[in-house]
Design a protein around this ligand. Structure first.
Ligand SMILES: [Mn+2]
Length: 363
């Protein structure tokens, strides 16, 4: 279904005369522009894009199926929208209450003619189109290449920030617009912090280092985590067994993914493995989340999310175990739900790997 048809079905099912779209995420499929500025207004019989001077020329060159309006000091977006409201006799108008601040909602209510009703459009992005899947595949490929590059790059004595800078530079060289979120590099005891952003801490031989990062490519995100041993003599590592438990949990969750399965069942598949080894309390976050234009979307692989998986959904699978004052392990893939099961979008191995060493040969 095209984005316009999807919105029109929503208008019919929610008895709305129009919907005013303001979030960057939900305007993107109509404008091709990832910006918080401007509005998209879709009624039963017409569709409009309202932007200011800064975006007008770019959109004028590529907009075909939408009426394009330029707002300026003499014609505010509200005046333009109200003219359309009056011309088509629109009454019930949906707006994105979940994306607006309290003040923005108040302003909308005071400026816009018609009766407003908050409606959530995020659900329309749950099942990705073939084009979106192809774009996210490329975002994942960039992260995947960067992951092996950085595994070869890391040397004891570097700071986490130096490693993050190299990782982000490499992704940009591969076509990434930017990192999809602040790069997490958590080495040694900092590994116990699930979201330990890269710091000035020096990475030492014998520590584990968790790297959680992603590339934004053509507006879409990837998200990937691997935990490596920093080049060290081959001695038994205190976190080796923890690593194997996290990997087993991650593989159990992936094995549970197929159409029709509730998200909470996938979360439980990972959580049960970790609980069975006595580390339930040390896995204090969800198993994963949907991903797309936003790095974190719904549904979630959480204990309470009952959403049924459908082909075309993309989610992360990222269990972890975190031991205060000792360190932590997390392993994360992006997974595409297919007709028969799922496909992992990364090639990077998940076995216990040491920085700088050759990858083990596949048989
Ligand atoms: Mn993630």
């Amino acid at each position: 279904m095209s984005p316009l048809s999807a919105i029109r079905s929503l208008l019919a099912s929610q008895q709305l005369d129009a919907v005013l779209i303001s979030s960057r995420q939900n305007k993107f499929c109509h404008t091709g522009l990832l910006s918080s500025s401007g509005y998209v207004l879709i009624t039963a019989r017409s569709q409009h894009i309202i932007v200011d001077f800064r975006y007008y020329a770019e959109l004028a060159a590529k907009t075909t199926h939408y009426q394009l309006h330029c707002s300026d000091a003499a014609h505010s977006p509200w005046q333009i929208i109200n003219q359309i409201v009056a011309a088509e006799g629109l009454q019930r108008i949906g707006f994105e209450g979940n994306h607006l601040s309290y003040d923005e909602s108040q302003r909308l209510a005071s400026q816009l003619a018609g009766s407003l009703q908050s409606t959530n459009l995020d659900g329309l992005r749950r099942i990705k189109t073939p084009q979106e899947i192809a774009t996210i595949r490329q975002a994942c490929r960039i992260a995947d290449n960067a992951c092996e590059h950085i595994r070869q790059f890391i040397q004891p004595g570097m700071t986490e920030q130096q490693v993050a800078a190299e990782l982000e530079w490499f992704m940009r060289q591969q076509g990434a617009e930017k990192p999809s979120f602040d790069t997490i590099i958590a080495s040694g005891v900092r590994g116990a912090m699930p979201h330990g952003k890269a710091s000035d801490k020096v990475i030492n031989a014998g520590e584990l280092v968790t790297l959680d990062f992603g590339a934004q490519y053509q507006g879409y995100c990837s998200d990937m985590t691997r935990t490596f041993l920093v080049a060290a003599a081959a001695t038994p590592h205190p976190l080796y067994d923890i690593y194997q438990i996290v990997l087993q949990a991650q593989l159990a969750a992936i094995a549970a993914i197929r159409p029709g399965v509730p998200c909470q069942v996938v979360d439980a598949a990972a959580r049960e493995v970790i609980k069975a080894h006595g580390y339930g309390e040390q896995f204090g976050h969800n198993t994963g989340h949907a991903i797309g234009i936003d790095v974190h979307e719904n549904p979630r692989f959480s204990p309470s999310d009952t959403t049924l998986l459908q082909p075309g959904m993309l989610l992360t699978v990222e269990p972890g175990i975190y031991l205060p004052n000792l360190g932590g392990v997390r392993i994360e893939d992006v997974v595409l739900v297919t007709e028969s099961g799922c496909e992992v979008l990364y090639q990077m191995p998940k076995t216990w790997l040491t920085t700088g060493e050759d990858l083990p040969r596949e048989h």
